[in-house]
Design a protein around this ligand. Structure first.
Ligand code: ADP
Length: 441
């Protein structure tokens, strides 16, 4: 409305000039005809010349108006008003109005672009991966997390390496409003949700959000283990304690007349029930979350300690330990004793996994990535057995003769108690990588 109100007076002035010219032309033409009819030929020639000049002036004004309007319309179409030249003579007022209209449009455009930048920054600040999925299955990244995951501007979901075929099929089958836990090709467990959206008149698309819920799942799983352990240990201990004490009393009251088999059987019952009680007690302690007492300390101190502690063991197994910290003075806010324990468990496992192979090597790397401190332990051993992968962190799961199956479960509990995470992946071409990530401060 504002630009319309601004243009009208200018347009009126231009119309007035046109009317004036038209009037002049009509009057001069009339004079030329009258002069010719009265035999005043010199006057007739002069009036005809003046008529032609007035007509030329009108044509020139119309030309200027035409060009300025064309330029304004062209520049409106591409929203660029940077090439306005100096005002054309006689058309200043209309041009000034157009400039004002162009200025108003430029302001609107700047406001709109600032609004788009704001909305994009808002989307980029969301940690979840946001993908606009078209009807034909082509996904377009909608925020920075999605760009990072897809590593290409647009592609079919199944062709995105980090997502993979099976996860893509499940995402495409996800109905608007639906939610599901989907495992991506890189092993991450994501909570996928979908909503329908569409610009007016455009075909409806789906916005798929993928949220990393590994930590939440780990916490829920750990909590389930702890609850189960609490109930089981309570029930088992309640039944075992009287059995063990009964067996002890029977053992004490055994007379010489009793057959040797009875004494042996009672001894077995006493020993086994005591053994089971010890096992249950260990289980309870292993599934109990440690309470961290965090402090800020340099990771260099941690790796120096781990190296010193593990040196003899590594040497005996013929394993080389490579250490790197970037930056050199990287610090972490954590309980140093608990973190020591977790890293020692990981290094020991890595050393055991690659012991005996040629050029056995364990790499302990500490680095910062975004808002996380990552401590990774990689080895070039046999890697993770397919069947073991889903149970690695289950308390007492072990594939080793003489293994306890507690190391990884404790290490993961330590990570979770620090609001961090412990993940395991295959290492190419051989081996495994365990990454303990902790929030940086
Ligand atoms: P344990 O070492 O006593 O078996 P853990 O909880 O530390 O108990 O480990 C559980 C299982 O996880 C191991 O028995 C092994 O199968 C697997 N594992 C752990 N670390 C590695 C590794 N670096 N490479 C391959 N497998 C591993």
């Amino acid at each position: 409305m504002a630009s319309r109100a601004l243009v009208l007076p200018a347009a009126g002035r231009f119309a007035f000039a046109v009317w004036l010219h038209a009037l002049m032309i009509a009057a001069l033409a009339f004079l030329a005809v009258e002069a010719a009819l009265h035999g005043l030929y010199a006057n007739a020639v002069l009036a005809t010349g003046a008529t032609l000049l007035a007509a030329l002036s009108l044509a020139r004004r119309a030309g200027v108006a035409d060009r300025a309007l064309a330029l304004f319309i062209d520049q409106s179409a591409v929203e660029s008003f940077d090439e306005w030249g100096p005002s054309a003579p006689g058309f200043e007022a209309a041009e000034a109005a157009m400039r004002r209209a162009a200025g108003a449009l430029r302001t609107t455009r700047a406001e709109r672009s600032a609004r788009i930048d704001y909305l994009q920054a808002l989307l980029d600040s969301v940690a979840a991966v946001l993908l606009a999925v078209e009807a034909d299955g082509v996904a377009i990244p909608a925020n920075r997390a999605a760009v990072r995951l897809m590593a290409q501007p647009a592609a079919r979901l199944a062709e995105v390496g980090a997502i993979g075929g099976p996860a893509a099929a499940r995402l495409l089958a996800l109905r608007p409003g639906g939610r599901e836990i989907v495992a991506l090709a890189d092993g991450r467990q994501m909570l996928a949700t979908a909503v329908r959206f569409g610009a007016h008149g455009a075909p409806a698309e789906r916005l798929v959000a993928l949220q990393d819920v590994a930590v939440e799942l780990d916490i829920v799983e750990l909590k389930a283990w702890q609850d189960l352990a609490r109930v089981l240990t309570h029930e088992i201990m309640n039944s075992l304690t009287p059995i063990a004490s009964l067996a002890e009393s029977l053992k004490a009251g055994l007379g010489d007349a009793e057959p040797a088999q009875t004494a042996e059987a009672i001894e077995v019952i006493a020993r086994r029930s005591q053994g089971l009680m010890t096992f249950v007690e260990r289980y309870r302690t292993a599934t109990e979350a440690p309470e961290p007492r965090p402090q800020v300390f340099p990771l260099k101190r941690l790796v120096v300690g781990v190296e010193a502690l593990m040196a003899a063991d590594l040497k005996a197994r013929g394993v080389t330990l490579d250490i790197s910290i970037a930056p050199d003075d990287l610090t972490v806010a954590a309980d140093p004793d608990l973190l020591d324990q977790a890293v020692i468990n990981l290094v020991r496992n890595a050393a055991e996994a690659c012991a005996g192979i040629a050029d056995a090597r364990v790499e302990l790397v500490c680095r910062q990535a975004d808002d996380q401190v990552l401590i990774s332990v990689a080895d070039n051993g046999a890697g993770l057995a397919e069947t073991a992968r889903t149970q690695l962190f289950v308390p007492f799961f072990t594939t080793k003769t003489g293994g306890s199956g507690i190391g990884l479960s404790v290490a993961r509990q330590i990570a979770l108690a620090h609001h961090g995470q412990l993940t395991a992946t295959e290492r190419q071409p051989h081996g495994a990588i365990f990454v303990l990530s902790l929030p940086a401060r």
